[in-house]
Design a protein around this ligand. Structure first.
Ligand code: F6R
Length: 607
C-alpha cells in the first residue's frame, strides 16, 4: 500500500520520480506527489489527487526543478484522498513520504500540539515531519534528527526524508514495509520495490527490518535496529523488462491471464524438471508424521489455500485447517506439536499474513511459504520457501499468481502423499502427468475468450451474480465471485452448491445469473441437482463444464462454457481461467479500470 521513491540524481529529478512512481502505482493510486530540493536548497512539492497522470499534467504547467527528490503514490489510510492529505508531507525544512501506519500518531500529535506545532492534514504521516521539524528547531542536525524521530515512531512503515538545504542527503528507514536501495554511478535511489528502480539501476541492496539508511550520491551508510553500522549485500538483479510492459494487451490483467500456460509450465519445471524424477522441493519438508497442516493467507491466496485443503486431505490423508490471516493472527490458535504452517502470498508483504507467520514463529512452529517475491519479508522469515514462478504480477486482481499458487500447493500435496505412502507410485505418476497436461489445456481455455466476452456483455447488466461449486470447485466459486466484484463492481457471492438451499436460494430470480462450475467429476450429479433447483426458480444458469458434463446436463441452462477435458482433481487450476475471463470481460464491458479498480491496492501492507 502506497509506493515511495527517492532519488539523488545527476539530472532533473521530477520526470525520473514520476516514471518510478508509474511502476509503483499498483500499490495505490488515489493521489500522488513529489518534493525536490533545488539548487540553492529550497524544498518544494507538487501534489495531485487521482491517478499519476494528474500529477504529470500538473508538472507540465507547474514544473518542479531540482536533482534530489522524493515521490509517493497513495492508498489512503488516514484522511480522505485530497491534495492536502497527499504526500509528500512537509513541515518547515523537512518533507516525508511514507508507506504504512504510525500507530502512536495520536499521542505524538498531542505532544506536538503542546509544543505549539500545528497540523494541516488528517494524516498520521504529517506527524513524522513535525517530529523531525521539532528536533531541527532544537538545532539537532538532520541525520541525528531523523534517527531520533524514527525512534519515537510506533507501527509498521517505510519512509524517506528530504531536507531543505541538503541537496545530497536522503534518509530512508524500513520497519515492517519493504525498501530497496539502488546504486547508480554518482547517483543513489530508493524505492518500495526494485521494479520501480529497474530503468535506473540493477544494483540493489534490500534494507532489513529496522534498518535506517543515510544516503548520499556516493552511497549509503546503513544502521541496524540498534543503531549499529550494518553491512547489507548488494545484488545484481536481472529484472526482465517484459514483465513490466503490457506486451500489446490493453490491460496487465489480460497479459497476465494469457501468460498462465507458460508460467504454470515454469512452475512445474521448477519442481519436477523435464523428466520423470518426481517432485523436488527446494527445502526440507517432512510430512510423514504430521498431525495437521495449517494454511494461512488473505483474499485470493486464501482461496488457493482452501483448494489445497481438498488436495492434502484427499491425496495425503492429512488434516488441514485453513484460515484468513487477519482472523488467525488475533485468535492465538493452539498448534499441535507435529504440524506445519504454510503461508500463501503473492507479494510476500501482506501485513496480516506476515503477522500470522510471526505468531507461528513465536510458538516455535515450522513455517513454509508459497510466495511469488523471493526477497519478500514472508519469504525471508520462513523456514522453507516454495516459490511460484509467476513473474511480476501488476494487475491488482491476482490471476497468474493464483494459478501458480494452486500448482505449487498441488505439488506439495502430492509430495506429502508420496512421503505418507497414501498414493502408489503409479498413482503419483498419473497425477504428475495430469499436472503436466495443464498448460496445454489452459491454452485451449484461453481460446474461449471471444465466447466469454460475448457472454460477459450480457452479464454486465446484472446487479448480483452467484457462483456455485461443490467439493474442490467450491473455492473456485468463491474466487470467481471475488474476481467479478473487485473489478466489475457487480455484487457477487460464491457458495458451496449444497449450501444454497439453506438460505441463499432466496436470492434467485430471473435477474440473477448463477455461474455453476461443474467439471464431470464424482460430485457432478449432485451439483446438477442444485443447478436444477436454481432453474426451477427461473435462475439464469451459466454452466461451465466439459463436453461430457454439458452433453448430459445443458438442457434448460441459459449459457454454457465448454471447457477442455482434464482429470477432475486439479480442475480448479484450469477452471480459474474462465472465471477470470468472465470477470475481466464484464469489467471491460462496464468500462471500469481493470488494472486499478477503485479502493484497492496490490500490496496490502496495512492491517
Ligand atoms: C484479489 C487479490 C487479493 C490478494 C490478497 C493477498 O484478486 O489479489 O485478494 O490475493 O490481497 O495478497 P498477497 O497474495 O500478496 O498476500
Amino acid at each position: 500500500m502506497c509506493g515511495i521513491v527517492g532519488v539523488l540524481g545527476q539530472h532533473e529529478v521530477a520526470p525520473i520520480l514520476v516514471e518510478a512512481l508509474k511502476r509503483l502505482e499498483y500499490r495505490g493510486y488515489d493521489s500522488a506527489g513529489i518534493a525536490t530540493v533545488r539548487t540553492g536548497g529550497t524544498l518544494d512539492r507538487r501534489r495531485a489527487t487521482g491517478k499519476l497522470i494528474e500529477l504529470s499534467d500538473l508538472l507540465v504547467h507547474d514544473p518542479l526543478p531540482g536533482k534530489s527528490g522524493i515521490g509517493h503514490t497513495r492508498w489512503a489510510t488516514h484522511g480522505a484522498p485530497t491534495v492536502g492529505n497527499a504526500h509528500p508531507h512537509q513541515a518547515g525544512p523537512v518533507a516525508v513520504v511514507h508507506n504504512g501506519i504510525i500507530e502512536n500518531f495520536r499521542e505524538l500529535r498531542v505532544d506536538l500540539a503542546r509544543d505549539g506545532y500545528a497540523f494541516s492534514t488528517d494524516t498520521d504521516t504529517e506527524t513524522i515531519a513535525l517530529v523531525v521539524q521539532r528536533l531541527l528547531d532544537q538545532q539537532v542536525p538532520p541525520i541525528e534528527a531523523a534517527k531520533r524521530a524514527i525512534a519515537e515512531l510506533e507501527g509498521a512503515f517505510a519512509l524517506c526524508l528530504l531536507f531543505a538545504g541538503e541537496e545530497d542527503l536522503l534518509i530512508a528507514a524500513r520497519r515492517g514495509s519493504p525498501l530497496a536501495l539502488g546504486h547508480g554511478d554518482g547517483e543513489m535511489f530508493v524505492g518500495s520495490d526494485a521494479i520501480a528502480l529497474s530503468p535506473l539501476t540493477n544494483r540493489i541492496t534490500y534494507l532489513e527490518e529496522g534498518d535506517l539508511a543515510v544516503m548520499t550520491r556516493q552511497g549509503a551508510e546503513i544502521f541496524d535496529q540498534d543503531g549499529a553500522p550494518a553491512h547489507r549485500d548488494t545484488r545484481i538483479l536481472q529484472l526482465d523488462s517484459t514483465w513490466i510492459e503490457k506486451g500489446g494487451h490493453k490491460y496487465y490483467m489480460a497479459k497476465e491471464m494469457s501468460e498462465q500456460p507458460s508460467v504454470i509450465g515454469d512452475t512445474l519445471r521448477f519442481y519436477m524438471g523435464d523428466g520423470d524424477a518426481g517432485i523436488t522441493l527446494p527445502g526440507e519438508l517432512d510430512f510423514t508424521d504430521l498431525d495437521r497442516v495449517t494454511i494461512v493467507a488473505c483474499g485470493t491466496a486464501y482461496y488457493a489455500g482452501l483448494t489445497a485443503k481438498y488436495w492434502f486431505e484427499k491425496l495425503a490423508r492429512l488434516p488441514v485447517e485453513v484460515d484468513i490471516a487477519s482472523e488467525f493472527r488475533y485468535r492465538e490458535p493452539p498448534l499441535p506439536q507435529k504440524s506445519l504452517a504454510i503461508f500463501v502470498s503473492q507479494s510476500g508483504e501482506t501485513a496480516d499474513t506476515l503477522a500470522a507467520l510471526r505468531y507461528v514463529a513465536g510458538t516455535g512452529g515450522k513455517i513454509a511459504s508459497v510466495v511469488n517475491v523471493p526477497e519478500s519479508s514472508i519469504a525471508r522469515e520462513s523456514n522453507v520457501v516454495l516459490p511460484t514462478q509467476a513473474g511480476v504480477e501488476i494487475g491488482v486482481a491476482s490471476t497468474k499468481a493464483f494459478t501458480c499458487q494452486l500448482t505449487v500447493l498441488a505439488l506439495l500435496a502430492l509430495k506429502a502423499a508420496q512421503q505418507r505412502g497414501t498414493l502408489t507410485d503409479e498413482e503419483l505418476r498419473q497425477h504428475a502427468a495430469n499436472l503436466r497436461a495443464l498448460p496445454g489445456a489452459m491454452n485451449q481455455a484461453l481460446a474461449l475468450a471471444p465466447e466469454i466476452a460475448a457472454l460477459a456483455n450480457e452479464l454486465a447488466d446484472a446487479r448480483d451474480v452467484l457462483f456455485l461449486g461443490r467439493g474442490v470447485m467450491y473455492p473456485t466459486a468463491l474466487e470467481g465471485a471475488l474476481k467479478l466484484k473487485e473489478i466489475s463492481y457487480i455484487h457477487a457471492e460464491g457458495y458451496a452448491s449444497g449450501e444454497l438451499k439453506h438460505g441463499p436460494i432466496a436470492l434467485i430470480d430471473p435477474n440473477v445469473p448463477v455461474v455453476v462450475l461443474a467439471p464431470r467429476d464424482a460430485l457432478f450429479e449432485k451439483t446438477v441437482s442444485n443447478m436444477q433447483e436454481v432453474m426451477a426458480r427461473q435462475g439464469k444458469v451459466i454452466l461451465v463444464s466439459d463436453s461430457a458434463g454439458l452433453d448430459s446436463a445443458r438442457e434448460g441452462v441459459w449459457k454454457w462454457i465448454r471447457m477442455p477435458e482434464i482429470d477432475p482433481v486439479f480442475s480448479p487450476i484450469l477452471y480459474a481461467l474462465p472465471v477470470q475471463q468472465l470477470a475481466y470481460h464484464t469489467a471491460v464491458a462496464k468500462g471500469t479500470d481493470v488494472d486499478q479498480p477503485r479502493n484497492l491496492a496490490k500490496s496490502v501492507t496495512v492491517e
